[in-house]
Design a protein around this ligand. Structure first.
Ligand code: ATP
Ligand code: MG
Length: 314
């Protein structure tokens, strides 16, 4: 029997997951994870770059795992774990921080975008790509399903692997991103990238009323043929041919188009929301405990090798 290659992705537990997260990363993961030895990480240490309320941090961890399972990830077929349970992530990130330069990190788009959006320019946010490189490289991951906005961070992970390999000898695999081109970067209600930390989301598991409120607040620009931001989200739920007719019939009637979008979202989310309600906090604890043990076994072996290579193991 040939061993399966490893696949890993992570989502920050920095707020309620939104439809950008679903189509950019969770759905691609669900579509392919059974063909690999798959890891799905709750990036709770990454979330500390934006969250400072411990109660909220905890709540978001529980919610993330419930969202993953409700969206179709079977915990018996993927290792679902949280980053903070495997200390090797932060340990390896430090080693990468010592290999890359400040000017290299200054080229990061995500950091600049977040600071421009008013997020605090803390050092964790700045060095985030090296923690993400550690998340991926610790597991000899070959493929990382992510949204378009994370393309550069996978390049950074490859760069970290190459720097380490050149300095200390071959150790890490250079991973490849898996990005669904047709999804691209999904806009939020303000037309900017939909992000948990920007308050511009359509929540994946919100109530119908919450989804309705978010959809109604999508900014519409009447200069073009159709409301671009509504359309960009709508095309995730229907074929372009179907939308062609719908948008032609309702030209200029933005309220009708938004109502149709709410219905289309509801048809996809409704059944998942029901499943989500059946998952308890105890279920989450059990999933994460199992996942931590499995992830730790892989990461600690890799880190032993890294400590030897850099010379701290004496
Ligand atoms: P934060 O604001 O805390 O960075 P986020 O909403 O950007 O949160 P992440 O946890 O950073 O979410 O990203 C999780 C996954 O979702 C990544 O693979 C990312 O590429 C994808 N993703 C996030 N936002 C979008 C979007 N608007 N369109 C497509 N994919 C997205
Ligand atoms: Mg993000």
């Amino acid at each position: 029997m040939t061993e399966k290659k490893r696949l890993l992705t992570g989502l920050q537990s920095s707020g309620a997951l939104h439809i950008g997260n679903y189509f950019g990363s969770i759905k691609p993961f669900v579509d392919m994870y059974e063909g690999y030895e798959s890891f799905l990480m709750v990036a709770d240490y990454h979330a500390l770059t934006s969250l400072k309320d411990p109660k909220l941090v905890q709540e978001c961890i529980y919610n993330s795992v419930k969202d993953f399972v409700a969206a179709g990830v079977d915990p018996s077929k993927a290792v679902i774990f949280k980053q903070s349970d495997v200390q090797e992530h932060t340990e390896l990130a430090w080693i990468f921080d010592c290999l890359v330069t400040v000017p290299f990190l200054e080229l990061g788009h995500a950091y600049k975008d977040k600071v421009a959006k008013g997020l605090e320019a803390n050092a964790g946010l700045f060095t985030y790509p090296m923690l993400m490189a550690a998340d991926i490289l610790l597991y000899d991951t070959v493929i990382v399903p992510v949204g378009e906005d994370q393309r550069q961070h996978i390049e950074y992970a490859r760069e970290a692997a190459a720097k380490f390999n050149n300095t200390y000898g071959q150790t890490f695999i250079e991973p490849k991103e898996h990005i669904v081109k047709a999804v691209g970067t999904i806009p939020g209600t303000d037309g900017k990238k939909m992000s948990k930390s920007y308050g511009n989301t359509i929540p994946l598991f919100g109530t119908k009323e919450e989804i309705q409120k978010a959809v109604m607040s999508i900014v519409t620009d009447s200069s073009g043929q159709k409301p671009e931001n509504v359309y960009a989200i709508h095309k995730l739920f229907r074929t372009e041919a179907e939308l062609e007719t719908l948008y032609a019939e309702n030209a200029g009637k933005y309220k009708n188009l938004k109502d149709a979008l709410v219905e289309d979202i509801e048809n996809v989310i409704g059944p998942m929301r029901e499943k989500r309600n059946s998952i308890s906090n105890d279920d989450v604890k059990k999933i994460l405990a199992d996942g931590a043990a499995k992830a730790k076994a892989v990461a600690s072996a890799k880190m032993e090798d890294v400590r030897q290579k850099v010379g701290v193991a004496i």
